[in-house]
Design a binder for this molecule. Structure first.
Ligand code: GLN
Length: 534
């Protein structure tokens, strides 16, 4: 029988519920259990694909093309739980399904209501991950307890334990225990209030995870336990980790969370834990042999979460190469401000990430020109590859107005353009070329050298493509298409002859990098940066 863990959050948002859920998943997986993770987000967008990164951070993409919340990126970096479209739900998607059923007549004339129809739909999404070979499903509820839009989700998870048996469900509530400077004290009241809110809905948490800057005293733990009606040993401290997010699971392990969960859910097949590889990666992070600076040039430079997976993949590349990586986040709109250009020139590597829309494009092109001309290692991702093609067209091939038709519909040189499958698409949501696509790499390329194999599969999320009509002219001038779709038609990877590391890819390698399994392109990029520096 599949057991269920529900993770809710209270007091404030941004407590790291995703990271905590991922860490719990990882610990259970390493106790030999088969785990699945999913996220239920209460907003009305059908998926986060239509949301600006300013709103909700990066849009994370799964193999099957599902556009999801960035927390699913944490799940994939920490665990090997396979994620699919069944792992990501929103109010919008749930309602869409309910309304489609109503239109089909599936409700046989009934009045369709939040309870039971919407809550039933939510419960069916949760149950969807049950399988004979799945031991535990971890369901994270987005938002904070007390949000109006979260209510149907909380009601559904409350009912869930009635349906499958209380002994098969575990409720974990993540809260904040703030430190009041003036009083020089940790405060437990917000946690008490948050649990009170949850209990009003009918959910009694089994386990409290308390985010805190300082150690929570035994006395405070006892107080939280008493007022929140949980056992004292189930009040788990989760102290801020200044050094690395990859320390979070170790902190939870020290507090015995895995055993508590296993006992409470009465799971009898758990093994002893082995975290040797994880400890090893932290050791490498702590004892780097090199240090390099990578400039990430994008329009969301100020927003930490907008390029989440890229920043993580850079760290993973550093782990692979024993390098501490300092990331310089450069706003592509303001390249000429202050010392930015000099900083860029001094960087050991330049990365231009993906994006949509014209804002900041010229700065990205300028940064790529600097990387190309100064032989600074360069990694271009999606829009970053498209900008690399534009830059090369303008400055090497002499196509002055070379552009993408995304930014200039009537350019003389549409080196990036829409191909047939995207012409005529009018809806914005869910219509990009998305998900895992295979590609074949050419002999004697840097990319092949990194991957060590010719056939690869990487995730995509874009509408525009390198215009195949320009391919020959580019290759003749030194920009080579070294990776294509298996039929040879779509350029997927480009490189420049004679540059130590100039690799630009139409896909998103950052979505497949794990700290224990750094992505080969990021490892290669950091290696090139280390070599560039020395
Ligand atoms: N805007 C570009 C396109 O649609 C690039 C997308 C991306 O970088 N993810 O093709």
């Amino acid at each position: 029988m599949t057991k269920h863990i529900f993770v809710t959050g209270g007091v404030v948002s941004s407590l790291g519920k995703g990271l905590t859920s991922a860490s719990i998943g990882m610990l259970l997986e390493r106790r030999g259990l088969s785990v699945r993770l999913q996220k239920l987000d209460p907003y009305i967008n059908v998926d986060p694909g239509t949301m600006s990164p300013y709103q909700h951070g990066e849009v994370y993409v799964l193999d099957d093309g599902t556009e999801t919340d960035l927390d699913l990126g944490h799940y994939e970096r920490f665990t090997n739980s396979p994620l699919t479209r069944w792992s990501s739900w929103t109010t919008g998607l749930i309602y869409l399904r309910v309304i489609e059923k109503e239109r089909r007549g599936d409700y046989h004339g009934k009045t369709v209501q939040v309870i039971p129809h919407v809550t039933d739909e939510i419960k069916s999404c949760i149950a969807n991950l049950d399988a004979p070979d799945v031991d535990v499903v971890i369901t994270e509820i987005g938002g904070t307890v007390g949000d109006i839009e979260g209510l149907p989700f909380l009601e559904a998870i409350r009912q869930y334990s009635l349906d499958v048996g209380k002994e098969n469900c575990l409720y974990i509530h993540l809260t904040l225990v703030p430190f009041l400077k003036a009083a020089r004290e940790l405060k437990t009241k917000p946690t008490q209030h948050s649990v009170e809110k949850l209990r009003q809905i009918g959910i009694q948490p089994d386990l409290l995870i308390c985010r805190t800057e300082h150690t929570i005293s035994e006395e405070d733990k006892a107080k939280i336990a008493l007022f929140c009606n949980v056992e004292k040993k189930a009040v788990i401290e989760e102290k801020d980790k200044d050094f690395s997010i990859y320390e979070v699971p170790l902190g939870l392990l020290e507090n015995g969370i895995d055993q508590l969960i296993i006992n409470k859910l009465r799971i009898d097949k758990a093994k002893t834990i082995n975290l040797d590889d994880w400890r090893e990666l932290l050791l490498r992070l702590r004892n780097p042999k090199h240090d390099v600076t990578i400039a990430v040039v994008g329009k969301y430079a100020k927003h930490r979460d907008a390029y989440k997976s890229i920043y993580e993949a850079i760290i993973h590349g550093g782990i692979a190469e024993n390098a501490q990586v300092r990331v310089l986040r450069i706003d592509s709109e303001f390249l000429d401000r202050g010392d930015t250009l000099q900083d860029l020139m001094k960087a050991d590597g330049i990365l231009v990430p993906g994006g949509f829309g014209e804002r900041g494009i010229e700065g990205k092109i300028r940064a790529i020109q600097i990387a190309r001309e100064n032989k600074i290692p360069f990694l271009g991702i999606c829009l970053g590859m498209q900008c690399a093609a534009i830059e090369f067209g303008r400055h090497v091939l002499g196509f002055e107005d070379a552009n993408s038709t995304e930014f200039s519909a009537d350019t003389q040189h549409p080196v990036i353009c829409l191909l047939d499958e995207q012409r005529g698409v009018t809806n914005v949501g869910g219509t990009l070329r998305r998900g895992a696509q295979r590609a074949t790499l050419r002999e004697n390329s840097i990319a092949l050298n990194c991957y060590g194999k010719q056939e690869i599969s990487e995730r995509h999320r874009h509408r525009y493509e390198f215009n195949p009509e320009y391919r020959e002219r580019y290759e003749a001038a030194g920009m080579k298409v070294v990776g294509t779709s298996p039929d040879g038609k779509l350029p997927e990877v480009i490189e420049i002859d004679g540059h130590p590391f100039f690799v630009a890819v139409q896909f998103h390698p950052e979505f497949k990098s794990q700290p224990t399994n750094p992505h080969p392109l990021f490892a290669g990029f950091i290696k090139a940066a280390v070599e560039h520096k020395t």
